[in-house]
Design a protein around this ligand. Structure first.
Ligand code: GLN
Length: 327
């Protein structure tokens, strides 16, 4: 069955989700990165970007928060775009780890590949793959401009967050060097880690996150700028990775509940991709024990249910064409 929805229905779903979830008090800001502990916990925003480039939004949707692990998605796409989906599958993988995002155990258990670019090990490995290899500035430019192209607007590192993460990322240092031990890092490990830390420290708004998701949903063409950002065949590849491991050890619960491929970050952001339909995003800092925003999960789960965004459902949601303007 096909269910047509329009901009009004999306606006209404966002508004209702906001009202239903705004008083949710569960969860706690991430505090292992000191900067994140100090972000106001009551911030809450939801945005959606539609195929015609319209962005609908409610709440704190212009606040710049740390993109954190949502940045693993663009870097995975960039690596697949520069090489191929198959090469990223061979060098990194696309399996769920079933373990926390920063797990060392996951690397030891699967020492022939880091599993997926959407956990820390695979993301650091993906950063090491990004071309130009051996050129930190060039690599950074490639990643930052790719994220800006997905978002349709410039993005900048939150300097204080970058310093805060760099001063405390001891676990990630071990991951980078353990990957080196298994020949699963494809550039200098310290440099790859620094690039990863920098990309996690990029500030984005919920509106930008929704536009990034919409570009992914729209086969790599940014619906706002109309720029072709990546090869269309990569949309199902990245959507499948997000569906497999976007919420780490809670991914099965999320997918069972919503059927929506999405990716979270410890900054409190979540980006959801409905292939061929739209991008949605929500942001609220307090997290559950797996590092996923409590309020943003609730809001997106409500929207997914309300608009029939579940990819496994028998009802397909499509955007109704806009009425042509009368001459
Ligand atoms: N899940 C996350 O968002 C983790 C990102 C964070 N920069 C880290 O590496 O620990």
């Amino acid at each position: 069955m096909i269910q047509k929805i329009d901009k009004k229905a999306v606006q209404e779903a966002l508004r209702t989700a906001y009202e239903r979830c705004k008083n949710e008090t569960g969860g706690k800001n991430a505090d292992y990165i000191p900067y994140l502990a100090n972000v106001p916990s009551n911030l809450f925003g939801i945005a959606a970007c539609l195929p015609d480039g319209d962005v609908v939004a409610v709440g704190d949707v212009d606040y710049k928060f740390g993109i954190e692990s949502v940045s693993k998605v663009p870097t995975a796409i960039l690596a697949m775009n520069q090489y191929s989906g198959q090469e990223v599958l061979d060098k990194i993988g696309a399996d769920a780890t079933g373990l926390p995002f920063n797990s060392i155990m996951a690397i030891l258990l699967e020492n022939d590949h880091p599993s997926t670019p959407l956990v820390n090990a695979g993301a650091i490995s993906a950063c090491s793959m990004v071309k130009p290899v051996g050129d930190s500035n060039g690599k950074w430019k490639a990643i930052a401009s790719f994220i800006a192209d997905l978002a349709g607007s410039e993005v900048e590192v939150i300097d204080e967050l970058y310093k805060s993460e760099t001063a405390t990322n001891f676990n990630n240092k071990s991951i980078a060097w353990l990957l080196k031990n298994y020949n699963r890092i494809y550039d200098d490990p310290d440099m790859a880690l620094d690039i990863y830390t920098r990309q996690c420290s990029i500030g984005v708004t919920a509106k930008q996150l929704a536009t990034m998701a919409a570009t992914i949903a729209n086969s790599g063409v940014n619906p706002v700028t109309k720029k072709e950002v990546f090869k269309p065949e990569l949309t199902p590849k990245i959507a499948s990775m997000m569906a497999t491991v976007g919420f780490y050890e809670h991914t099965g619960d999320w997918l069972f509940t919503t059927g929506l491929p999405a990716k979270t970050g410890v900054g409190g952001g979540i980006m959801g991709v409905v292939p061929g339909v739209m991008g949605v995003a929500a942001f609220a800092p307090p997290l559950d024990e797996a590092g996923n925003s409590v309020k943003a999960q609730k809001a997106l789960a409500f929207i997914a249910g309300h608009l029939n965004l579940n990819l496994f459902g028998t009802t397909r949601c499509v955007m109704a064409e806009k009425e042509p303007v009368q001459a």
